[in-house]
Design a protein around this ligand. Sequence first.
Ligand code: AMP
Ligand code: GLY
Length: 435
Amino acid sequence: MRRPEGKEMSKLKVLVVGSGGREHALALRLLESESVAEVVGCPGNAGMASGLGVPDGKSLRVQTGQPEDVAVAEKVDLVVIGPEVPLVDGLADRFQKLNLPCFGPSAAAAQLEGSKAFMKEFCRRHGIATAREVIVRSPEALEEALAQFSSPPVVKADGLCAGKGVVVAETMEEARSAAAAMLSGDSFGSAGTTLVLEERLLGEEASVHALCDGERAIILPVAQDHKRIFEGDRGPNTGGMGTYAPAPVVDAALLETIDRDVIQKVVQGMKADGVPLVGTLFVGFMISPAGEAKVLEFNIRFGDPETQVLTMITEGDWGKALLAAAQGRLEKGDLRVSEEHAMCVVLAAENYPAAPAKGDKISGLEEVAALEGVRVFHAGTAAKENDLVTSGGRVLGVTAKGPSLAAARDLAYEACSKICFRGMQYRKDIGYRAL
Ligand code: AMP
Ligand code: GLY
């Protein structure tokens, strides 16, 4: 939609939907943009409510309530939706009906993340390289599907499962029982009654993000996440224990191939299929030892904690760029990759990811605020009387930038050493593959 005459010159008020470290990072990065005057987080988090890190003359507030109601009451100019669940549920379509520019895809386009079967069929149709798969739609079809794999396949529930719907099985028996539990509805309800069995790929993972306007895409620096809870990539999967960017596993030549053979094909394919993709395309890749990239997954939102590093090392006006994407007029150069490196180390609560402890007092943040080049993004925190306490699994994302990855790492860990809460755990080896 066109913004009202006369508003073109005034500064933007942006609604950021979500409450994690990703949304805190987006809010602060938007406020650093020349075009943005105000950000409202819905529901936001304690870090956003604290106002820490907000540039002079700018405003960051939080509001609870339905995002549509808040957007209308606050008369925002742009909505940026963080998490996948509201996107798959059609939140962006509701903003479309309200004629409000929204950075985030329609429910139909969000199926790229919302359904693994949809994603695999899309890749086949548009010639995008991904692991060989068999889609299973009933318990009766399971044995025949398993028989098509000579080694244990990866088992993936079709729908959204908060990052828990993928089982990388070590044995056929493990794959069979994980698949059977999903198909019966016991594991994930209806999200698991269709599933994808997939050939297991070997190599190193990489996260590639692009801003999309339905027709064009701008690629951001390549990041690498660390999904396992323990050092050396051991222990259970988590939402992500740390990231860094740029990740050298994808060099400039491979990134060009990825842009041409995956990113552009997705954007053009979605457009051709009548469901243009507006928002973030975040592709999880497996890079083989021979340097070939295959798609593991599509996400239609920013990664968390990838966003924490990406916002630190891109130059340009994020407010303008996200508004341009929402309005279908993105231009190359709206955002540029800086020469810097960034690292985010996640400080997690005791017993994360199983049953994270809550209510522990957090200290040391004032001291870290004085460190140049460091940002602490909040996720599982809450204000309690005059204290800040833990309230979720991934508590804080301690993020630093520097002229090299080693410099960013040293600064990030220096900051981590100043923060304290009971049971605090974090990986000391973020970035080990690149360092
Ligand atoms: P997904 O949500 O599909 O990205 O899967 C979550 C995680 O499972 C990925 O980040 C990988 O670590 C792992 N994974 C998924 N698919 C495969 C595969 N085909 N081969 C090996 N690992 C996989
Ligand atoms: N960090 C992985 C994700 O956001 O899906």
